[in-house]
Design a protein around this ligand. Structure first.
Ligand SMILES: [Zn+2]
Length: 197
């Protein structure tokens, strides 16, 4: 934001793709540092986790073994026992056009988490894929198996992207990919069908 000369106070909305710690971690601080009118969006299936009413599915200390807990660096241990939470103001349900950037369409893409959502920015033909896709080694890959709760569902969700005219993809892990993800999605599906990862 600093590089773009945008201040936190200028932000109007936070669109959360899903509940994972590395995606919601700053939302509370951003809300505090911005104006309190900032609007937080998330899917209804991930909302109770994001709001702290349920423990986060993946970084849940009560589900981890003593060895796993011991392996977490001390300085971030508090995140596992007392994860950040933020109130969700508007619940994403079906497809509803959001009135920002001349139209942002949420695409429900469950699998990585139950309420994972990707966002399509109509005007710039940009897909914000969250963790539904990963950009690594110069190509788009499917969701990471180890951190994806329902792989079949996650791969099925990718098919939804085939219905959109996409020219840019932004993955949370790996960043920017220029082009249409169609070829990559067909390749990912084929690999999965063949039992490869
Ligand atoms: Zn994630």
């Amino acid at each position: 934001l600093g590089e773009l000369s945008i201040s936190i106070e200028q932000l109007k909305v936070i669109l959360l793709t899903h509940q994972d710690l590395d995606h919601i971690g700053c939302a509370t601080d951003i809300r505090k540092k911005s104006n309190e009118n900032i609007i937080v969006y998330a899917h209804e299936f991930d909302k109770p986790y994001i709001e702290g009413k349920l423990l986060l599915i993946k970084t849940n200390a009560s589900r981890m073994s003593n060895e796993e807990l011991a392996a977490i660096p001390d300085e971030i241990k508090y995140l596992y026992t007392n994860p950040p939470k933020v109130d969700v103001d508007i619940v994403l349900k079906g497809s509803q056009m959001l009135p920002y950037c001349e139209g942002i369409e949420p695409i429900f893409t469950p699998g990585h988490t139950p309420g994972h959502v990707s966002f399509y920015l109509r005007k710039s033909k940009t897909l914000v894929a969250g963790d539904a896709l990963v950009f690594a080694n110069g190509q788009l890959m499917g969701p990471v198996k180890q951190t994806t709760l329902n792989m079949d569902q996650a791969v099925h969700s990718l098919e939804k992207f085939l219905h959109y005219d996409i020219e840019h993809v932004i993955c949370y892990h790996g960043g920017y990919f220029q082009g249409c993800p169609k070829e990559a999605i067909l390749r990912i599906k084929e690999h999965i069908a063949q039992g490869e990862s």
